[in-house]
Ligand binder design. Structure first.
Ligand SMILES: Cc1cc2nc3c(=O)[nH]c(=O)nc-3n(C[C@H](O)[C@H](O)[C@H](O)COP(=O)(O)OP(=O)(O)OC[C@H]3O[C@@H](n4cnc5c(N)ncnc54)[C@H](O)[C@@H]3O)c2cc1C
Length: 395
């Protein structure tokens, strides 16, 4: 049985939960984070080998427009570990051949459609309707659709168009695109070691109840932990289950947000084992995976690494077979995987979020995650900052 009383207990140690924990503990709030997997990070998952080689199984790129994330990186004292990404291209995989993305476009159709981009608003449009209009239907089907689906590792056609790419202010003193030495999980590792924060990893939060205005979080194999405030930073399906008993209306609203599983498999090979020219990402026109993201953006003398982000329900054997076929080798130095759940928003999502925020008003439950304004890491951190400000305003 946990004896201490915390100011804030946060369930989920992905970037959303840890950024909320960062803001809270920095403000002197005694904070506990509970994570079901053996290590923090969630979608920030770096496979590290004894040889020093590392490979991203999840998120791979940050931008100088990620101002709130960069602020946390600075707070953690690891800004000097930012590492630029080599400019290698994204390509397409069409009928087994690697092709450039422009080679898959019909330029006449593009030329006729592109002027619509000047007047067409993203708001109220799906990804399919918006991009088919500004690039042409054929171009969307052949190239743009698969490329845009590679971004959230799921079929993105029905996504609200405004959730995919956002304009944000840039930090001119920071390189445009970056990763971190040792991989992006270095960020969540660093946050979880911050002063004033406790992390319990490898223990699933089972349920939440409220008693005498205190939250009681039951954790598998560890009993109950008590706090004044509760942060929920898990996928919406899991958040809905956790809040069902004590906050049924919030739970119902959360259950209306669809989710999809993403299974990623990363392989490391010696440089001479594969012939394919360096690429940042390889996007199939139609295959059992949405993309292959490579480590070619950070050159290594000895190894190359490739992460395949598979569609749901592709069995383990079929996944490995496809990896062998595409890379033309089975000389793998390392094979590892990561399974995550991602939200799958559709038009009208913004309204669901507004309604959720109304339901949360005045409650000491703080919801964060990648299902508010967008899936990007910066969207998660920004939501956490907003929820921290709401918490602060209540204290
Ligand atoms: C393959 C892939 C590539 C991506 N690439 C990029 C990129 O390059 N740049 C970018 O900006 N974004 C990228 N993203 C998106 C971004 O990484 C994610 O949206 C973001 O990291 C999600 O963070 P989160 O904390 O909201 O959720 P998650 O990372 O999913 O974290 C939720 C955590 O909660 C834990 N959890 C769940 N239930 C419980 C429970 N009951 N008890 C305790 N713990 C629980 C989970 O184990 C998990 O660790 C990518 C995502 C994926 C999957």
């Amino acid at each position: 049985m946990g004896l201490s009383r915390y100011g804030l207990i946060i369930i989920g140690a992905g970037i959303s939960g840890l950024s909320l924990a960062h803001y809270a503990s920095k403000a002197g709030i005694k904070t506990l984070v509970i994570e079901k997997k053996p290590e923090p990070g969630g979608c920030l998952r770096t496979r590290r080998l004894d040889t020093g080689f590392w490979l991203e199984l999840g998120a791979h790129t940050c931008y100088n427009s990620y101002g709130n994330l960069i602020g946390i990186i600075e707070d953690c004292g690891i800004l000097d570990r930012l590492q630029g990404r080599k400019n290698v291209p994204f390509r397409m995989l069409v009928s087994g051949a690697v092709k450039s993305i422009p080679s898959e476009l019909d330029f006449l159709e593009l030329f006729c459609s592109a002027p619509r981009a000047l007047t067409l608003k993203k708001s109220g449009q799906t990804v399919e309707s918006y991009y088919s209009k500004i690039a042409g239907k054929k171009n969307f089907l052949r190239a743009l659709g698969p490329v845009l689906s590679a971004v959230p590792s799921q079929r993105a056609d029905d996504f609200p168009a405004e959730m995919l790419f956002k304009r944000r202010p840039h930090r001119k003193d920071i390189m445009k695109k970056f990763t971190i030495k040792g991989g992006l999980q270095t960020i969540t590792d660093a946050i979880s070691h911050s002063k004033g924060m406790e992390l319990i990893a490898g223990a699933r939060a089972k349920s939440v109840r409220v008693e005498n205005s205190l939250f009681k979080v039951s954790v598998e194999g560890m009993g109950e932990f008590v706090s004044d405030g509760l942060g929920i930073a898990v996928p919406p399906s899991e958040a809905s289950a956790l809040l069902m008993a004590s906050f049924p209306e919030v739970s119902r609203k959360l259950s209306s947000i669809k989710v999809v599983p993403v299974e990623s498999v990363g392989v490391t090979v010696k440089r001479d084992a594969v012939r394919v020219a360096p690429f940042a990402g390889l996007i199939p026109a139609d295959d059992s995976f949405y993309s292959i993201v490579s480590r070619d953006t950070v050159h290594d003398e000895n190894y190359r690494g490739f992460s395949f982000h598979f569609k749901p329900a592709v069995g383990e054997e079929a996944r490995l077979r496809r990896i062998r076929e595409v890379l033309g080798t089975d000389r793998f130095e390392d094979v590892s995987g990561n399974a995550v759940i991602l939200p799958s928003p559709v038009l009208g999502h913004e309204k669901v979020i507004d309604e959720l925020d109304v339901l949360l008003k005045g409650k000491r439950v703080f919801l964060t995650g990648n299902y508010f304004s967008g899936l990007a890491i910066e969207d998660c951190v920004t939501r956490s900052l907003n929820e921290f400000n709401r918490l602060n305003a209540q204290s």
